[in-house]
Design a protein around this ligand. Structure first.
Ligand code: ATP
Ligand code: MG
Length: 389
């Protein structure tokens, strides 16, 4: 393996007590993402190193791993200034004109101070090439990290995904629909280090196989930021039909969402998830007014995280486009919510009425049945469901 990638850790550097857990989780996540690549991974308290043969491709994959500040393709040489100079001249892009040297000395025993080293190396590069120095706005920033085991040189620094390594914050259950909002909510929660699993409510034959495959496809896209996402599919038909039969039109959505929360809470308990996550956004639709949220949230004591609660739709769409879920989200397949949509859903529901209407049928049995018949989809590979859409 000829090439070398060096990873700089993200926000985790500020969490001193948890540093070890953070770095170990990040290493594990990098291993998962690079599972099918021929790589050799080593790490210490400040950097992770990946030996490989296809650095550009690997760096691209690493840009989706949370907990990484930046990624560089680095060159390791001996700590002699001659070796550093030769390698620097070799890697500096000859199409560029100006440069600046930045030296970082983690080997504090190294006899030359960082500023002096930059000056010395800069002088030698000036003497031995056509490059000119520009300390304010250089075309090339040549970074030299002097460590005990060698000197690492690089010119381009790719921005990492930031955030915390997935898993350090524990597990959460995302209510994932085929819409635009919930995949974005999932992405934002993964970014905070939450190990996300997904729950999808389907109502065949009222919802199609395409609708389900669309959700799985969305999960596979956000799985590029995780590597361990699962989709749990809840059979929701009987519950939706019972609501349709036993509750007034205006309350159908409110009650349906209360049933979803109840099922989500029960299932979260089974898989050890500590929070529920969804794509609700204040005021977006009737079921997301504050009064509706009060009624819907009332069925659970679990924390419900709504990462896009305060975003405008356009802001959510921007993120959806950036993470690659948008084009799939706008495919036209019906979701179970859109089929049973009443003409005038209540926007100021009351808890008393919700409870009254729910008591028109035995929802406890239906909910338990649904939870016991959840189908779990794992290890899906991206594109596998493409042809089914
Ligand atoms: P859109 O992007 O079109 O708003 P949405 O998925 O956000 O789609 P909403 O009706 O706004 O649809 O639903 C609010 C939230 O409820 C969703 O973001 C999602 O978290 C959850 N939800 C809705 N329908 C389902 C479903 N069938 N399965 C799982 N979660 C669902
Ligand atoms: Mg929505």
């Amino acid at each position: 393996m000829q090439e070398l990638i060096m990873i700089k850790y993200g926000e985790l550097t500020t969490k001193k007590a948890n540093r070890k857990i953070f770095i170990n989780t990040l290493t594990q996540n990098v291993k998962t993402i690079l599972e099918n690549e021929n790589v050799e991974i080593t790490k210490d308290q400040v950097r992770m190193f990946i030996k490989c043969d296809n650095a550009k491709q690997i760096a691209f994959k690493l840009q989706k791993v949370f907990g990484i500040l930046s990624i560089v393709i680095a060159y390791k040489v001996n700590n002699t200034i001659k070796d550093v100079l030769d390698k620097s001249l070799e890697i500096m892009d000859k199409n560029q004109k100006t440069f600046k040297v930045v030296t970082k000395r983690s080997d504090k025993n190294y006899p030359i101070h960082s500023m002096d080293y930059s000056k010395q190396l800069g002088g030698l590069i000036l003497k031995n090439s056509k490059f000119k120095v520009d300390v304010h706005n250089p075309d090339i920033i040549l970074t030299v990290e002097i460590r005990t085991e060698g000197t690492f040189i690089y010119t381009d620094e790719l921005k990492g995904a930031g955030g915390y390594p997935v898993g350090v914050a524990g597990k959460g259950l995302l209510m994932l629909s085929g819409g635009i909002d919930s995949p974005v909510a999932g992405y934002l929660t993964l970014k905070r280090g939450v190990d996300v699993e997904c729950l999808y409510f389907e109502s065949p034959p009222h919802t199609s196989l395409e609708a389900k495959n669309k959700v799985i496809k969305l999960a596979s896209i956000i799985n590029e930021y995780s590597g361990k996402i699962k989709v749990h599919v809840v059979p929701f038909t009987l519950i939706q039909e019972a609501i349709f039969k036993n509750c007034p039109d205006t309350y159908m959505i409110t009650i349906m969402r209360r049933m979803m929360y109840r099922i989500a809470e029960l299932y979260a308990g089974k898989i050890g998830a500590k929070i529920l996550i969804n794509g609700e956004s204040i005021g977006q639709v009737a079921s997301q007014t504050l009064d509706s949220m009060v009624c819907i949230n009332n069925v659970t004591n679990m924390p419900v995280i709504r990462p896009v609660a305060c975003f405008d739709k356009l802001e959510i769409i921007d993120i959806a486009k950036k993470i690659g879920t948008y084009d799939t989200s706008i495919l036209p397949y019906e979701d179970c919510c859109t089929i049973f949509v009443p003409k005038h859903p209540v926007i100021k529901p009351t808890l008393e009425k919700c409870i009254k209407y729910e008591n028109n049928f035995d929802y406890h049995t239906l909910i338990n049945q649904a939870v016991n018949n959840i189908e779990t989809i794992t290890n899906f590979k991206e594109d596998e469901f493409e042809e089914l859409l």
